[in-house]
Write a protein that binds this ligand. Structure first.
Ligand code: PAF
Length: 349
């Protein structure tokens, strides 16, 4: 975070002109913050802020578009006193590094899928269980309801402020050679997974050879043939043109609903005035909603674009066989997953 303090004094009673008398912090070129004192606007404290927002996706992905929209709204509501600088493509680090940065106060804000966050806040692991959510609507009901809202509050215990839910989408398996319809088709296949113990165990249960790694390493691993495949939502496969990294087969396995979160660093948050916190919290909620809407709109477009680029989309996947093969993961992690939370999610209809 870059912060500037500006104070305005009367230079003389005769001219009553305003002079800028103090300026601290780094990062030149910021406009002088005018204390507004108006209801609904922040910056009454006379401070201005620049927050760095990191994520791992491309500039045409809803993660980025929604963060730019949030930046615009925050700037408008604070008369330019609060700015968000949005860094795509893991420029500030991959998701696990970004999350760690939040806990340390070296990264201000992040939009990320939840799987790497589980390493810092294990309770989130419940969301990594395969086939937990039957539909997007089921996921929204849970995340926008008591379960999701409690998680957003409770993640503060990991030194992270949970601002809002967003979405990465249902994950599907891609590879370069095989039509995948059943778990048997994945036997021995080297697959990149997210850095998450439950995802790792789930693909082991399928008989694949999963290798967890950051997304930044995954692209090189796919290009160099270190792994044969990966799993991610169609929009990620399309925006990253994974067909150029040998991923010409996509099976709509939908094995995990990958929720995303808009998160803020608690060490940074705690230094902010309440009015700035309010604007950030409200606009993050709006950005999360916009992001989900864009995801829904872009999903079919992504599948069509993948087809146009030569990707074979396999829709008749034996989902029940995948569900059954991944079931042992529920047992394996029973001691680490909050069973009340799990029941609450499964009973949400
Ligand atoms: O596979 C991942 O690591 C994530 O799904 C990604 C692509 C970084 C988006 O959050």
């Amino acid at each position: 975070m870059m912060r500037k303090k500006w104070s305005f004094v009367l230079s003389s009673l005769l001219t009553a002109s305003l002079l800028l008398t103090a300026c601290g912090g780094g990062g030149g070129g910021q406009p002088a913050a005018q204390p507004s004192g108006e209801t609904g606007q922040s910056g009454g404290s006379g401070e201005s802020y620049v927050f760095k927002v990191g994520h791992s996706l491309t500039e045409d992905h809803p993660y980025h578009v929604s963060m730019l929209d949030m930046a615009k709204k925050v700037e408008e509501r604070t008369s330019g006193n609060v700015k968000l600088e949005v860094y795509p493509l893991s420029q500030l680090g991959a998701e696990r590094e970004l999350t760690e940065g939040l806990t340390l106060g070296t990264v201000d804000m992040v939009i990320t899928s939840t799987a790497p966050v589980t390493n810092f806040y294990p309770k989130l692991g419940v969301l990594d269980l395969p086939f937990l959510f039957e539909s997007r609507e089921h996921a929204y009901k849970v995340l926008d309801g008591e379960v999701g809202q409690n998680i957003l509050k409770d993640i503060e215990s990991a030194n992270i402020i949970g601002l809002a839910w967003a979405e990465n989408g249902f994950r599907h398996v891609t590879n370069g050679t095989k039509v995948v319809k059943t778990p048997a088709d994945l036997a021995g296949m080297k697959l990149r997974t997210q850095e998450n113990q439950i995802h790792l165990a789930a693909f082991e249960a399928l008989g694949a050879k999963p290798t967890p790694m950051a997304w930044t390493e995954a692209l090189t691993a796919l290009q160099q043939g270190v792994v044969d495949g990966q799993e991610n939502p169609a929009i990620v496969a399309n925006t990253y043109k994974l067909y150029e990294s040998k991923q010409t087969q996509m099976s709509l396995t939908g094995h995990v609903y990958s929720a995303a979160m808009i998160l803020f660093s608690k060490p940074v948050w705690d230094t902010l005035p309440a009015d700035v916190q309010t604007v950030l919290a409200e606009e993050a909620k709006a950005a999360g909603q916009l992001e989900r809407e864009l995801m829904i709109k872009m999903e079919d477009e992504a599948i069509a674009a993948l087809k146009e680029n030569g990707v074979t989309i396999t829709e008749d996947v034996d989902k029940q066989a995948f569900r059954d093969a991944m079931e042992p993961v529920y047992e394996k992690f029973a001691g680490q997953i909050d069973q009340d939370l799990l029941n609450q999610i499964m009973n949400t209809k």
